[in-house]
Design a protein around this ligand. Structure first.
Ligand code: CS2
Ligand code: MG
Length: 402
């Protein structure tokens, strides 16, 4: 069996997605998600120009050898562009292998450890009242876990708060929007937000919060400590983790669980965080961390240290990635939670898929492969539109982490 054709499909049904499609000489098709929010065409070029010529004619069943070839053979290892490209090829090969075997990918990994994946939804509001209303809405929809983000008085815009109620897509067309940031205002108002949310919905709902890389380690320690009375499920991206040691300081100050990893792209980005138990959940998802083949290694390593998965699942991860994440989450023994920012109806039309939300969980029926497709004719009606994630600046104008 050979890889006969391999291509990237770029589409923008409201936001950009890059999909890899691999076709074997027996006509079996596999799909992979290569979407890197704000840098989509970099991954497309990496695949089209440098990866695909090396793959035509190879046996698509040799997933591991192809992974090692693309990782070791690149010479320039790691990084979000490289690892998203490898991930997309890897997902497509797992999709093909499932179709060849006539079973869903979770069966190839080891079968079901659970019937569904507990998910967390995104409740956000321009102020505390609106955020609480959104939390209550999610409770009514059946969510067992809810991420809460709110505007900060004195800040014109804040990460995680959508322009329109409910739907949040951070990438904007045109050049990167610049957002103001003031940590002192954020730290002053966030504990009060969660006091009010707990007052409104009680303690039976898991509450999560994304600090989105904006705090220094001691600021993160302070926030974690001040949120302890509200028993958060996690604080996410408490501080940038290029310096993994930074989490030692946070851990000294708080027992609030910590999650990180959506921007990580290999096990090397989180090895120390996991082995020193500096985090509780690893968020590296299948598209940005080298595919099922590599994320399986990360999850197994994490299991040795009682760290659980909490994969990224924002709208910039396509339904192809989400289908892979559902298969992975049904199998992985140290599953923690799965993020779910529902895609738009148009995106779901472009990417018909088999997973669905049911009473706070993602479930799927048994179909061979990943359980997702792409309507290429519909996808072609939505050409790429350059868009960027925002950047953040402090009041004095200096750049900060968005
Ligand atoms: C966020 C995302 O979902 C999350 O936890 O961090 O909204 C993130 O900002 C985007 O996925 C970046 O593309
Ligand atoms: Mg995040």
């Amino acid at each position: 069996m050979k890889i006969e054709r391999i291509q990237t499909i770029v589409t923008c049904p409201g936001r950009n997605f890059v999909t890899v499609k691999i076709v074997t000489d027996e006509g079996v098709i596999g799909l992979g998600d290569a979407t890197l929010n704000g840098r989509e065409l970099a991954v497309k070029a990496y695949l089209d120009e440098h990866v695909f010529p090396c793959l035509v004619g190879r046996d698509p069943r040799n997933i591991e050898d192809i992974w090692q070839y693309l990782y070791r053979g690149a010479y320039w290892r790691r990084g979000p562009v490289t690892m998203s490209a490898i991930a997309a090829v890897d997902m497509a090969l797992w999709d093909i292998k499932g179709k060849l075997a006539g079973m869903p990918v979770y069966q190839l990994l080891g079968g079901k450890s659970r019937d569904g994946l507990m998910v967390y939804g995104h409740a956000n509001g321009k102020d505390h009242a609106e955020a609480i209303e959104a939390v209550q809405q999610h409770v009514e929809e059946g969510y067992k876990a809810i991420r809460v983000q709110s505007g900060v008085p004195g800040l014109a815009k804040t990460y995680g708060v959508g322009k329109t109620k409910g739907f949040y897509e951070p990438a904007e067309k045109g050049l990167p929007p610049e957002e103001p940031w003031d940590t002192s205002l954020y730290l002053r108002h966030t504990p009060e937000l969660f006091r009010k949310v707990r007052e409104a919905v009680g303690h039976d709902i898991h509450l999560l919060h994304d600090a989105h890389h904006r705090l220094t380690p001691i600021e993160a320690g302070r926030l974690g400590k001040e949120l302890e009375p509200y028993s958060l499920f996690w604080i996410e991206d408490a501080t940038p983790a290029e310096n993994q040691e930074a989490f030692r300081l946070i851990r000294q100050h708080t027992t609030t669980p910590l999650a990180i990893g959506e921007v990580f792209n290999s096990i090397w980005d989180c090895k120390d965080l996991i082995s020193e138990q500096l985090i509780d959940y690893i968020r590296s998802t299948i598209t940005h961390a080298g595919g099922i083949t590599h994320v399986r290694r990360i999850a197994d390593f994490a299991a040795l240290y009682q760290v659980r998965t909490g994969f990224h699942g924002a709208t910039d991860l396509s339904p192809v990635c989400m289908a892979a994440a559902v298969n992975f989450g049904l199998w992985v023994p140290n599953f923690g939670i799965q993020e779910l920012m529902p895609h738009s109806p148009l995106t779901n039309e472009v990417f018909p898929h088999n997973y669905r939300f049911e009473d706070g969980y993602l479930v799927m029926d048994d179909v061979p492969g990943l359980g997702v497709d792409i309507d290429e004719a519909l996808a072609a009606r939505y050409p790429y539109e350059r868009a960027y994630l925002p950047v953040a600046r402090l009041r004095d104008g200096s750049m900060w982490n968005w």
